[in-house]
Design a protein around this ligand. Sequence first.
Ligand SMILES: NC(=O)c1ccc[n+]([C@@H]2O[C@H](COP(=O)([O-])OP(=O)(O)OC[C@H]3O[C@@H](n4cnc5c(N)ncnc54)[C@H](O)[C@@H]3O)[C@@H](O)[C@H]2O)c1
Length: 261
Amino acid sequence: MAELQGRRALITGGASGIGHLAAETFAREGAEVFVFDADGESAADLAGRIQAQGGRAAWVAGSVAEEEDVRAAFELLDRELGGIDILFNNAGISDNKPTLEMTAADWDRTMDINLRGAFLCAQEAGRRMCAQGSGAIVNNASIWGLAAAPERMAYTVSKTGLVAMTKVLANEWAARGVRVNAVCPGFTNTPMIQSLVERGKLDPTNLTKRTPMGRMAHTEEIVDLVLFLASDRASFITGQAIAADGGWTSYAFLQDWLDAR
Ligand SMILES: NC(=O)c1ccc[n+]([C@@H]2O[C@H](COP(=O)([O-])OP(=O)(O)OC[C@H]3O[C@@H](n4cnc5c(N)ncnc54)[C@H](O)[C@@H]3O)[C@@H](O)[C@H]2O)c1
């Protein structure tokens, strides 16, 4: 039996990377999917491919940071899918730079998409889920929601805030049948990471050395956790932020050990 048969799932940032694979996986598991992404062309391509394989998919172009776009997206979702059972709050950006070089506009952009966008979508989804007495929200945080590193100020604060949001909403909506959890992926080989590597903001060799398992995550390894948390198998799990990071957050870095590898 498909894991998400008959469920209606909204995936923000579903046109690329982790969200893209989540949309394909949810559809394969029987869900009707709705992709909400700033990149309408890629979202439309994805929805078309899912439909061609016999699945049910719709899409909308817009920004999760804009209240009007979010409201319009949920109105379209209501018309196309008739409601929502799963929200994967996944849209996000990463802009590593030294804090002394950060502008207020840099700060706002990251917070607007990673935190405000997640709040706006969770609120719209929560309205519908609380009214129907069921639903699952999975927020895509990061290892930077659990730990900190230099030159990731806005991203780290936004993802730490997203973990806090997860706990607040889980407590607030538990009695209404709505579960809220977060995944905290380690470095995962998606266009987001490729762009940081290309811009010289990330060294993949050091990165894999620093990871106890010695590699980045495969996108499937993150999406499997998202699928689990969205499914009824996780029926007693709420308010959790779970890392899939190859041991990253459990490892207290030792330079000698790194040099010897
Ligand atoms: N890749 C990693 O290593 C990694 C690790 C930890 C957490 N994450 C988180 O996972 C999520 C997805 O990352 P990814 O690596 O798949 O990135 P990605 O860049 O491949 O995909 C992000 C998607 O979000 C969309 N998006 C960006 N701004 C948007 C907006 N304002 N409104 C709607 N859509 C918007 C983009 O168009 C894109 O389709 C992000 O929240 C990211 O912070 C990624």
